[in-house]
Design a binder for this molecule. Structure first.
Ligand SMILES: Cc1cc2nc3c(=O)[nH]c(=O)nc-3n(C[C@H](O)[C@H](O)[C@H](O)COP(=O)(O)OP(=O)(O)OC[C@H]3O[C@@H](n4cnc5c(N)ncnc54)[C@H](O)[C@@H]3O)c2cc1C
Length: 504
């Protein structure tokens, strides 16, 4: 039974439970089951944290996923755990009762992988952070957010390279890699993990590091969250923050020709620039007036930082400063922490996303970039609330990330230069037809780069529409990941729409 079917089946049985015949739930395989009506009371009695039921204050906020397209999976209940022992109790309860569950950290999975009609194990209270300034180490709970981590280190001598969105949880981030404006010079988040604590499928608590359960430690650095167990604590080594001011730049552009210039310049710079140079750019179509030329109705920007002097930056990044369609420019030296804060963002609410990412390992031909820009011009949806965006993220390559070989950790995407990412975004009120048009557009964007890119996609930008997702996320590391999964979760208790399965 596929997930869509099982949701419907469970919703149907849920109607029966509402009239007092027991509690309806699903098995991890999606089969509808009944539970004694006391089952959730029993669970609540064992936890230091709380069990939230539909209708309870805070239930909707706790359940509603960041990506609104998966909000149809209303959970049976949410166990808001208070500590590691609670996590283990939840695993025992789900296993003993045969109930499907999802592990929720920051709730930001693009593919809704922390949603379920069963029990949501909500880790949000495990958000502690503790910095050891002598050893340059940080310990976090399993669901500290980017915001918690940023706050804990702000203005200090050391920091943890993470992502941009403040609400993203560290569990989802580090277990799938963790890229951002600092990964090019400071490394991806998972390369800074030194130890993790994990509740296993049998409810035991284990540690993983270079010297303890080394295979599991390998897998936790890129094998993605929700696969091997529930991580309750992480320890990271930290990176020294730049002492001198750094260059911050942002150049806004308008028009299709300027967008072509911008993507071409960023792509060329990503091929062999030093890791101190970071760029990310995007463009989107804007609404058309009666006489607007669609090629003019495109806007975008490129922004980033350079850890060096202004004159070295202008020598290196000259093409970004000579674009014909420039509409605004910020170019200044600033303290690094100010720049880092400027790269953080809160996300749009009540929206859905359908991102697909594609790594590049060489410069795209000019014809491919022209095709990408033509697709922006012709995007079928261009309103403020419903449209397609095209991103080129220069966060994923360079000599620092490539210090590790492709098989050194489960994060396989070494030797890359950049990432192309069509990002369709729609208000949760969009029609099915509008969504379908945007999904088709996303596929066309990926088709335009397909002949020029390795078939690799970032596991932390998952998309349920990818058929060969395992190969795209894990490439030559897939077989070893299946071995580790088989060792730690032989019955496949931890499962979702996209979780590696154990060997049978
Ligand atoms: C608006 C937005 C911006 C983003 N920006 C970036 C970015 O800049 N860089 C980047 O690399 N990624 C980024 N991402 C992607 C993000 O890293 C992933 O979506 C990540 O998996 C989210 O983690 P989460 O805990 O918030 O989400 P959740 O949905 O709670 O979890 C994601 C997956 O990890 C599992 N999981 C979570 N915590 C744990 C844990 N402690 N133990 C075991 N499994 C766990 C869940 O079961 C689920 O399968 C962004 C996503 C969004 C929506």
């Amino acid at each position: 039974m596929n997930l869509q079917m099982s949701r419907r089946a469970c919703l149907a049985v849920g109607t029966l439970s509402a009239v007092g015949l027991g509690l309806a739930a699903c098995t991890p395989a999606g089969e509808p089951i009944y539970l004694p009506s006391t089952a959730l009371t029993d669970l609540a009695g064992k936890l230091s944290g709380r069990v939230l039921l539909p209708g309870d204050a805070g239930f909707t906020k706790a359940w509603f996923p960041s990506n609104g397209q998966f909000a149809d999976a209303v959970p049976l209940a949410i166990a808001r755990v208070a500590n590691e022992a609670d996590v283990a109790e939840c695993v025992h309860w789900c296993r003993d009762n045969g109930v499907a569950f999802a592990v929720r950290g920051g709730g930001h999975s693009y593919a809704g992988l922390s949603t379920t009609t069963g029990l949501v194990i909500d880790l949000s209270q495990l958000n502690s952070t503790s910095v050891n300034r002598l050893q340059w180490r940080m310990t976090t709970g399993g669901a500290a957010t980017n915001a918690d981590i940023f706050r804990a280190t702000k203005y200090g001598q050391e920091f943890l390279p993470g992502g941009t969105c403040l609400g993203v949880g560290i569990g989802g981030l580090v277990l799938g890699g963790g890229i951002g404006y600092h990964s090019r010079w400071a490394g991806i988040t998972s390369d800074h993990l030194v130890r993790a604590r994990m509740v296993t499928a049998s409810g035991d608590i284990v540690e993983a590091s270079a010297t303890e359960n080394a295979d599991l430690f390998w897998a936790l650095r890129g094998g993605t969250g929700g696969t091997f167990g529930i991580c309750t604590e992480f320890e990271f080594d930290l990176v020294e923050t730049p002492k001198r001011d750094v260059v911050y730049y942002r150049v806004d552009i308008a028009g299709a020709d300027a967008a072509t210039e911008m993507f071409s310049a960023v792509d060329a710079l990503e091929q062999d620039s030093p890791p101190e140079f970071v760029a990310s750019c995007y463009a989107e179509p804007t609404p058309l007036g009666a006489d607007t030329d669609p090629r003019a109705a495109v806007k975008g920007w490129v922004r980033g930082q350079f850890l060096g002097t202004m004159s070295d930056f202008t020598d290196l990044a000259g093409p970004l400063l000579r674009m014909t369609g420039e509409t605004n420019r910020i170019l200044e030296s600033r303290p690094w922490w100010d720049v880092a804060e400027g790269f953080t963002s809160a996300e749009a609410e009540n929206h859905s996303w359908g991102d697909v990412s594609r790594y590049t390992d060489q410069a795209l031909p000019g014809t491919a970039i022209e095709k990408l820009v033509d697709l922006i011009v012709d995007c079928p949806q261009r309103s403020e609330a419903i449209h397609g965006e095209l991103w080129m993220l220069g966060w994923v390559g360079g000599s620092v990330i490539d210090r590790a070989a492709r098989t050194d950790t489960a994060y396989v995407h070494r030797g890359m230069k950049s990432m192309v990412r069509p990002s369709p975004i729609w208000s949760n009120l969009a029609t099915a037809e509008q969504v379908r048009e945007l999904e088709d557009w996303t596929d066309e964007v990926i088709s335009a780069v397909e002949p020029h890119t390795p078939r690799e996609s970032y596991q932390n930008f998952p998309n349920r529409r990818l058929v060969d997702w395992q190969e795209q996320y894990y490439a030559e590391n897939l077989e070893r990941l299946i071995e580790v999964k088989t060792q730690w979760d032989p019955e496949g208790l931890f499962t979702s729409a996209q979780t590696i399965a154990p060997r049978e």
